[in-house]
Design a protein around this ligand. Structure first.
Ligand code: ZN
Ligand code: ZN
Length: 126
């Protein structure tokens, strides 16, 4: 009786360790995906031209440095591309107006987390 009890405990410990590792890996993966999405999204944002920057005549709201080049968010705010990327690692919202800058695209989630198609039970019993 005692032996089977400790065997169960050993199994439970393995399961526990397995889930801890798995959860860590999943969390790491979602951070990685989030960063990848952030980079892609920023690359897809339009670049502000010199004229727009001159008219704006403002500093980047993230680092408070002058902008020689900037990305324009869909809420029409200007930030350094680098600053925006760093910001998006931790926040999905525009630092100025708190608009959501982008939604995590369901496509990227789907392609990596595809539910297995229902298994058909073909029993070739010949
Ligand atoms: Zn900046
Ligand atoms: Zn904004």
């Amino acid at each position: 009786m005692f032996e089977s009890g400790s065997a169960i405990r050993a199994v439970m410990m393995c399961i526990h360790a397995y889930f801890n590792i798995w959860c860590d890996a999943k969390a790491g993966w979602s951070v990685f995906m989030k960063r990848r999405t952030a980079v892609n999204k920023i690359e897809s944002l339009p670049e502000a031209d010199k004229e727009q920057l001159r008219l704006l005549d403002d500093v980047c709201a993230i680092c408070y440095q002058e902008m020689q080049s900037a990305k324009i968010t869909k809420c029409k705010h200007f930030f350094h591309g680098v600053c925006l990327r760093k910001w998006l690692y931790v926040q999905d919202r525009c630092p100025l107006c708190h608009e959501i800058l982008y939604g995590i695209e369901s496509d990227t989630i789907k392609e990596n987390n595809q539910p297995a198609p229902p298994e058909e039970n073909h029993h070739d019993s010949e």
